[in-house]
Design a protein around this ligand. Structure first.
Ligand code: URA
Length: 213
């Protein structure tokens, strides 16, 4: 089930919430964290893609011909914000294997918390396509706003943003900068700390996926 406030969709399905709780626990191993992120992203992808257009085509079952629904329109574009976005990307690709994939490399300047771009590689055809931008943590919102600015310049038909955890500050920043972007998350946490980390959160998503520190 999804709770929906304006552009914010909180996916409160019990399987999603259970896996998120396991991911938050500090003793969860890198191996388990990665597997849970993959599973959780696949489950979330089910809601995020709910409004994909379908058309009906004629097929033959072993019994008779019928008109059956298939996904219509141009292929989706998934855009992953490096490096932690890769964990969600893999989970979404499990169920949308034909999607095109772009990457944006952004790091947060630890002093200013502003996003600095170091990599940008997109599929050639983003114009008129639906884009799902992925990053596990919507913290200050600065990186996501910067990524949406870059993707919007390519003329997509729509952009959705998918994360695991959001801070109220990040939701507000993204909604103010891009009121047309639908936001999907498994939870909205209490607040950011002075270093831009989400509380209670799950720590540094990239470090927990890759076992770095
Ligand atoms: N990025 C993370 O990985 N964790 C946070 O809590 C905030 C931003």
């Amino acid at each position: 089930m999804t709770q929906h406030h304006d552009t914010l969709h909180v996916i409160d399905h019990p399987l999603v919430q259970h896996k998120l709780t396991l991911m938050r626990k500090k003793d969860t191993s890198t191996n388990s964290f990665r597997r849970l992120l993959n599973e959780l992203s696949t489950l979330m992808a089910y809601e995020v893609t709910r409004d994909m257009p379908v058309q009906h085509i004629e097929i033959e079952t072993p019994m008779e011909t019928m008109l059956a629904p298939v996904i219509d329109g141009k292929k989706l574009v998934l855009v992953s914000i490096l490096r932690a976005g890769g964990g969600i990307l893999d989970g979404v690709l499990n169920v949308v294997p034909g999607a095109r994939v772009g990457h944006i490399g952004l790091y947060r300047d630890p002093e200013t918390l502003q996003a600095v771009e170091y990599y940008f590689k997109m599929p050639s055809e983003v114009a008129e396509r639906d884009v799902i931008l992925v990053d596990p943590m919507l913290a200050t919102g600065n990186s996501v706003v910067a990524a949406v600015n870059r993707v919007k310049a390519l003329g997509p038909r729509s952009i959705k943003f998918m994360c695991l955890l959001a801070a109220p500050e990040g939701v507000k920043t993204l909604q103010q900068a891009h009121p047309d972007v639908q936001i999907y998350t498994a939870a909205v946490d209490r607040e950011l700390n002075d270093h831009g980390y989400i509380l209670p959160g799950l720590g540094d998503a990239g470090d927990r996926i890759f076992g770095t520190k």
